[in-house]
Structure formats: structure tokens, C-alpha cells
Design a protein around this ligand. Structure first.
Ligand code: 13P
Ligand code: SF4
Length: 343
């Protein structure tokens, strides 16, 4: 397996004045209405985007709920503020709807690190294994899989398959895969991918920070390295971490996931204190510094532009998925949705 190199986009800077933000927001609200469109945003997008989704009757959630919301909502157009795999998932699950994204350039290191040709060879080499892929993959990789899961249901699906005596081929996140393996004891063969944001969290720095805040609870997304997960009080999906912030009695939390999640954590648990888990320390390069550079590409300017008629006519921001791939990927994606609904 070879490592895939990719460029990381620069963070978008917040340089708009409050008045300019209001103007942008008003124009976007009007166009959402005009186009019968709904805004669906991930917890890792910037505060202003999450707030706009809330103010316009859209949804702010984790990747699984984003997918489910898209299938339930009546609007003709879904605007996905997140990364490419989320837009593709929305389109595959609702092919009759128009799916737009503020930028089609927003991707994910897990998706980039799992190209379909190499992944397909890997699957061919292990025909005895059930192929389970993380939602953070291309439509083509999903089409080659038996199951698609998100972090909110990965453990349960692994247990379900284990009970059926299945061996698993897992891709692409080696840390999430390792976590599932350790928790369930499932027989899993892992692809060598990683999230550039979560991979940066450092156990050594986290230990020191815990010493400074001995009463803080540590919340960790399972895309983080094992040494960081070992220090966690709660490990789980973005939604699980927000719930933990709300329900645990602690007043302070050290959070090892994208810091944009603080917007929702502060809403869910107002008055509590949230501290970023450290990315500094030995070997630190801080390429993302606890904020996904691709999620950060969703800004008011390109959101507005994606909804302008001249761009809509040209299909500039529209997500399209090859028909054969879409058909094949629908099966494991529906399994994901149905498993969650019944499980
Ligand atoms: P969630 O499924 O928890 O929303 O995570 C998606 C993701 O990209 C995490 O980095
Ligand atoms: Fe991908 Fe990591 Fe960004 Fe999530 S935070 S979209 S896993 S690069």
C-alpha cells in the first residue's frame, strides 16, 4: 500500500465585519427561500455557518444525521456545508434532489488516502472478508463496500458482524479501526489512513494539561491515536461528545476533536469551559491545529455564490455522482441508515 500525498488548503480567514456578515447572511437567506433550499452543516464548520443553518430551519449535526436529514427534508435543494463525501452521500441517498456545496474542493484526508484502484486491489486480495468502510470515503469506495458506517455506529456494526462470524476488512482510518478492534475483539484487517486533524493530538501534552485541570473530563473522537484515546473519559462521535459535555457533572472539558464543535458544546452546556486538547509537543507539525482545513473552506462568500442563478445554471457547485457508482453505493448506505434506525 502506498501513501498518497496531497495539498492541505490554507485556513480561510475571518476578515468580514459584523455588518458585512449580516449582509451576506440576509442575501443567503433570501436565496435559500427562492431556491427551495435547505442548509445542512457539520459541527466542524465555522460558527457563522452553523448559526445560519439553525436560523434557516436547516440542520447542524454529525455525518450520520446529515445523511438522514437529507432524506427526510422536503426541500428541492440541499446545500451541504461540510466536505465532499457528505455531499456525495446526500446525492446518492436523494438522487432526485439537487445537492450543492459552497465549494467542491473541500475534501478529507481519509477520502484522499483511499483511492479506489488501490482499495479495490486490497479487497480483491481478501475476498473472505466483509468490507466495512467509514463514511469518510469516495462514492466509488462506498460502491465497493458491503457496509458504510460512521463513528456513531461503527462499534455496533462490528459487533453485529462478529456475531455472524464475519471477518472484517476496514478502511480507511487506522485509528478508528484500531479502536473498534480493541473494543470489540473483531478480526479486522486495517487500511493505513488517518485524519490529519485528529492524528495531531498528542498524549504527552494532554497528560500535562490534565495535571493543570485535574477536574476536567477528557472527550476524544476515535480518529485520534491510541495513546490519546487511552487518556479519555469519553470516546465517541461528535454527537456523543456534545452529549457528554451536557450530561457529565464536570465544569471543564478537554476536547480532542475539531474545535469548531465548541459552538454546539457551548449551546448544549452553557457556562461550562471547553479547552482544546494539545497538538503541540514532540513531533508536532500542526498542519491543521485542531481545525479541519477543508471544513474551514465553507464560508459565507462561497455559500452565497453557490446559490446565485448564474452559477446554478452552470451547475458550478452541484454534486453529481456517476449513475452506476451511485446505484452500487446506495446499498451499503441504506444499510447504514436502516441499521441505525433499527439498532
Ligand atoms: P462524525 O461522524 O462524528 O460527524 O465525524 C465526521 C468526521 O469527519 C470526523 O472527523
Ligand atoms: Fe476528514 Fe479529518 Fe476533516 Fe473529518 S476532520 S473531514 S476526518 S480531514
Amino acid at each position: 500500500m502506498t501513501t498518497v500525498a496531497f495539498d492541505i488548503p490554507l485556513h480561510q480567514s475571518e476578515y468580514l465585519s459584523e455588518q458585512q456578515k449580516r449582509q451576506y447572511k440576509d442575501q443567503i437567506k433570501a436565496l435559500l427561500k427562492k431556491e427551495d433550499a435547505v442548509l445542512v452543516a457539520h459541527y466542524y464548520t465555522d460558527d457563522v455557518i452553523q448559526a445560519l443553518a439553525e436560523e434557516t430551519g436547516g440542520c447542524v449535526s454529525d455525518s450520520l444525521e446529515m445523511a438522514r436529514f437529507g432524506t427526510k427534508v422536503d426541500a428541492k435543494t440541499i446545500v451541504v456545508a461540510g466536505v465532499k463525501f457528505m455531499g456525495e452521500t446526500a446525492k446518492i441517498l436523494s438522487p432526485e434532489k439537487r445537492v450543492l456545496m459552497p465549494t467542491l474542493e473541500a475534501t478529507c484526508s481519509l477520502d484522499l488516502g483511499c483511492p479506489i484502484d488501490k482499495f479495490s486491489d486490497f479487497c480483491d486480495e481478501h475476498p473472505d472478508r466483509t468490507v466495512v468502510v467509514y463514511a469518510n470515503t469516495s462514492a466509488a469506495v462506498k460502491a465497493r463496500s458491503d457496509w458504510v458506517v460512521t463513528s456513531s455506529m461503527a462499534l455496533e456494526v462490528a459487533e453485529y458482524l462478529m456475531d455472524k462470524g464475519k471477518k472484517i476488512l476496514w478502511a480507511p482510518d487506522k485509528y478508528l479501526g484500531g479502536y473498534i478492534q480493541r473494543e470489540t475483539g473483531a478480526d479486522m484487517l486495517l487500511w493505513n489512513g488517518a485524519c490529519i486533524v485528529h492524528e495531531e493530538f498528542k498524549a504527552e501534552g494532554l497528560r500535562s494539561l490534565k495535571n493543570v485541570h485535574p477536574d476536567a473530563a477528557v472527550l476524544v473522537h476515535p480518529e485520534s491515536p491510541e495513546s490519546v484515546i487511552q487518556l479519555a473519559d469519553v470516546v465517541g462521535s461528535t454527537t456523543k461528545l456534545i452529549k457528554a459535555a451536557q450530561t457529565l457533572p464536570n465544569e471543564t472539558f478537554i476536547v480532542a476533536t475539531d474545535r469548531a464543535i465548541f459552538y454546539k458544546m457551548r449551546q448544549a452546556a452553557s457556562g461550562k469551559t471547553f479547552i482544546e486538547a494539545p497538538t503541540a509537543g514532540e513531533g508536532a507539525s500542526c498542519r491543521s491545529c485542531a481545525h479541519c482545513p477543508w471544513m474551514g473552506m465553507n464560508v459565507l462568500e462561497n455559500l452565497l455564490s453557490s446559490l446565485k442563478s448564474s452559477n446554478l445554471e452552470k451547475g458550478l457547485n452541484e454534486i453529481l455522482v456517476d449513475e452506476a457508482i451511485s446505484k452500487a453505493a446506495l446499498k451499503p448506505l441504506e444499510r447504514m441508515i436502516n441499521f441505525t434506525l433499527s439498532g
